[in-house]
Design a protein around this ligand. Sequence first.
Ligand SMILES: Cc1cc2nc3c(=O)[nH]c(=O)nc-3n(C[C@H](O)[C@H](O)[C@H](O)COP(=O)(O)O)c2cc1C
Length: 769
Amino acid sequence: MTASSQNRNVVSTIVSLAVVVGVALRWKQLQKLNDEEEQPKSSAVAPKESETATTSAPIMEVKTSTTVLEDESSRMGRILALNSITIAHGSVTGTCEKLAKELHDTLLKLNLENRTIQVGKLDEWDWWDELINDEDNGTEPVARINGDVHPPVLLILLPTHHGGSWPKTAICLENALEDLQNDWRIEKFPLKKLHVAVLGMGCSDYGDNSMGKPAKEAFRCFRKLGAQLYGTKVRIGDDATGNQDRVLQAWIYHDIIPKLTDMGDDDDDLKETEPDVMDIEDIGDNMNGDSKEAHAEPSANELGVIEPREMVTSTQAKALKKEGYKLIGTHSAVKLCRWTKHQLRGRGGCYKHTFYGITSYQCMEATPSLACANKCVFCWRHHKNPVGKEWKWKVDDPHYIVDEAVKTHVKMIKETKGIPGVNVQRWKEAHTVRHCALSLVGEPIMYPRINEFLGDLHTRDISTFLVTNGQHPGAISSLIPVTQLYVSVDAPTPESLIAVDRPLFSDAWERLQESLTLLKDKGQRTVARLTVVKGWNSDEVEGYAKLIALGKVSLIEVKGVTFCGKSDASNLNMSNTPWHHEVVDLVRNLKKELDILRQEGGPDAPPEYDLACEHKHSVSVLLARVDQFAYDSENGTRKWKTWIDYPKFQELVAHREKNPSFKFSVKDYTAETPAWALFGSEEEGFDPTDQRHRKKKKYPKYTKFDGRGIPTHDHEKKELDPKERQRLIMLMEQKLKEVGAGTTVTELRGGEKLIQDASLMFRGEVIVR
Ligand SMILES: Cc1cc2nc3c(=O)[nH]c(=O)nc-3n(C[C@H](O)[C@H](O)[C@H](O)COP(=O)(O)O)c2cc1C
């Protein structure tokens, strides 16, 4: 039992249930008064649709009694109010929320007479108070005057979290149900007047039978507490098959609507009879729903089919295409990177150009596996791709994928000809793909024929930058040499890894550690990639250092997260995006921690790293191994060779192809890093052969800003005079009036996003992510 529920019980053991109810009511009112005092006026919430007269459905107005007026600070109506229908969801990544809205819309269209319909998040109610307090705010007399009396209906949508646990957003309900069952002072079937239906969401790819557990538990608890359950089974939607919409429809049309429209004046429901309690253990097998269309897709066994299914469902394909992905075969995709377009227009390349000398306009972003075993909070795909622990889908031919990927990429290049400012010479060269970034979406290393796929790219003289999230150590150890092999290190502790990556594997931390350890013996260039999400994984640098030490990686890339616009599936916003100087600070601290570990010595001591390059434009900094990439110039200054000799790499892999016992290593294909790409250079990692594009050149370049984003220092790093500061403050205030305090994201042609945010107005760049 939780601490909060224990407290509640300690307080309430001194009074009878009747008194508890009274106290609870008063306490709730007092709480609300307190809350009101603490909250600024501007945060007052607008009335819900169902509380206003603006909805098209004939919703009964219930705000007539004194009790309701007393309770007016509450946004949500009472759960046990007669004639109420409450839709409550515990959504974290948006699925249940979306389905709850669809259910709400469907019920509104039914024009159910004399009902209030409300929809909200579970944590908008105090469930203990709601479920023991059946004083319905005076709705009963009003309802009786109007004729029909309907029992309260509660429709719950619950996602599944790790190992079948309830998501944080639903713990409030879990605790209340547990307390209600365990509290000896409460009558036997306290919820007998309540009608309940529960819908579960989960993902069978977790493969641990956890799918829908919270929904099943809720179902059992409500039944134990005497509630009238709609349907004898809990329906469960499955992300892996994308059947959520069908399950919702089955729930609505088979379980909910027949009951809602049937019950009419059926006062039996309100009679204080013993409910028909089904043996709880019987529920188990029936949990998946009783109508065929509500089921998760039938298994291969059921169909007698041996052929595995295709990875991407039609819903997922639609969503991915909408985001600009060109799907290839049944599990691969390419997409034109914004940096490709940037460099074609002479506006600078990506950080891989700065750090490693790739030509961004000859780089193809691709993946042979749209599926992934994580649902990272910063995933720029907003989780529209499938998830899975292991490959269980049809396998396309690797040569077909490479062929189609290149053709599709070149087709997209052709289409860029019309973009203003495209450099014709570069555009022509761009028709030859020279690099492949396998970091687009999903987990490339999951593809069972990844080595053949990579080999095909190498025979076409295409370099390979492969990024894995470290959940498949087996695939890392059997991987052939690639130009650069990355493992994403998204969090420094097991707890933060679960919070940030939201992995399918319960041993995700151990898998990451094993993957990093395997990097030590790969031979070629290896990279630990850190994506900094402010407030999520930006602390505990010591933890990062320990992880990195496991692999003794060649390079450490630290990059600020890119904000990809608001998404149902992500809680990120602009405040999670670090400034470049914050990333630099983190990198300096990381270096210090690595130095400490190195000085401590021992077999796991990391090698020496130093800050080698930066690309301010994409908030990225590179730490490189001194022994592999640094050398002293004649005048004693440190120089770097982080760039790649691509023809040499192709030569080496070709040699290895002929003679598999041939080994080569990092130093065999390094190349000199130009001065403009080095950390601390004037150019901040921006290739001087290109032109940095600044918005209308409206403001001069500033070098320092205060916390609000107002410049404090001019382009020569001199402090601005107070008069100029005042002018800029006024400009910012004016902008704030225009665009508000938050961030607006406008989707531009080609999927780029324009971020409007007053705090960025003096940064001088077009902020397209
Ligand atoms: C952090 C996290 C952990 C999850 N763990 C499980 C799990 O253990 N078992 C399962 O069946 N589904 C699991 N899922 C899948 C969700 O239940 C599923 O994606 C659901 O549709 C999410 O609903 P929501 O978008 O409304 O939050 C998990 C999802 C997340 C984000």
